[in-house]
Design a protein around this ligand. Structure first.
Ligand code: SF4
Ligand code: MG
Length: 318
């Protein structure tokens, strides 16, 4: 469905090049929710932009490719490469950016935000029918149609996020990307958003990619999970495997840091900070924080190895 092959992306800044994503390789399949986890600054959001073909200065793809397999209007399979994917925004692939607060135009009513987004795919003369269709869809998602009359600031944070998800999924795209869809919302509202996302996915049977620093979010709704560290994907596997049988030392520490019901022990974060992406160290990028690091870890970069069914991780000890 969506394939990333050895993708690296960087930001060219006045003070140097920041290698935000390095040699990332994975495929998002049809009818799955794929999660991307990791600490802030590890390259999750950049990776999502790369997948969405949202590339503009200072961000650039320095190697590798992104491809989407889809069908054209005659039903034949076509491949959209990066650089072309943006021509199919909303219809084939859509994106729910981080911060529902800031991404909608504050002086445009929700109704017109819908019209703007989908005008390319609909006959503009038939606005009434289109509005009826939007209302029908909002109701299906249990959103009150009155939101169409509102300006973004008149809606609560949770409602804005729901409206954004409705907007992104209205045209039934094959792939939906969401960046931190629950961050900055309270727990009850978060639950509602997650339920909405998984209901939409079950109904449309499309692919979703959810970026979140919150492992609880991944546990609740993703089918497969990729763990990023300092710009690299260090482990990918079925979510259940990642939680029950994590293989990379970093993933193990992330999972062990999670609170569990009935466990009152003091949870510790992972000591230290990730390396700078301007000048990443040789060898394994986790070496400075890894309790198991050996000499070779500081000189040789580990490569991904298979550690189970559809489960890969990059560590010399595996
Ligand atoms: Fe730790 Fe070495 Fe594995 Fe990196 S390669 S995670 S430093 S043991
Ligand atoms: Mg981010």
């Amino acid at each position: 469905m969506l394939q990333l092959t050895n993708v690296s992306a960087q930001y060219k800044t006045l003070t140097g090049t920041v290698k935000a994503v390095e040699r990332v390789d994975f495929t998002v399949e049809k009818n799955e929710i794929f999660g991307i986890a990791g600490e802030s600054g590890c390259g999750k959001s950049t990776l999502l932009k790369v997948m969405y073909d949202l590339i503009s200065y200072p961000l650039e793809i320095s190697e590798g490719s992104v491809q989407i397999q889809t069908k054209d209007k005659h039903g034949s399979t076509v491949t959209l490469p990066n650089g072309k994917i943006h021509e199919s925004w909303w219809k084939v692939i859509s994106y729910v950016p981080q911060g529902a607060m800031h991404v909608m135009n504050p002086v445009i009513r929700i109704r017109n935000q819908f019209f703007d987004a989908i005008s390319k795919y609909h006959d503009k003369t038939d606005k009434k029918a289109l509005e009826q269709e939007i209302i029908r869809y909002l109701k299906e998602l249990e959103l009150p149609p009155e939101v169409l009359k509102a300006y973004p600031h008149q809606l609560s944070g949770g409602m804005r996020q729901r409206v954004l998800i409705a907007l992104a999924t209205f045209l039934n795209p094959e792939i939906v990307l969401a960046d931190e869809p629950t961050t900055a919302l309270d727990v009850v509202v978060q639950r509602g958003i997650l339920t909405m996302l998984s209901r939409v996915q079950k109904k449309m049977k499309n692919s979703m990619v959810i970026v979140s620093h919150d492992m609880g979010v991944h546990y609740q709704i993703t089918n497969r999970l990729g763990i990023m560290y300092a710009g690299q994907m260090i482990e990918i596997g079925p979510t259940e495997q990642i939680f029950n049988n994590p293989k990379h030392p970093y993933t193990k520490m992330l999972i062990n840091a999670l609170p569990r019901v009935g466990d009152n022990s003091q949870k510790e974060g992972i000591p230290g900070t990730p390396p700078s992406l301007r000048n990443p160290p040789a060898g394994c990028r986790f070496a400075a924080r890894c309790p198991l690091a050996e000499e070779r870890c500081r000189t040789h970069e580990p490569v991904p190895v298979s550690v189970g069914q559809r489960h890969v991780a990059s560590c010399h000890l595996l």
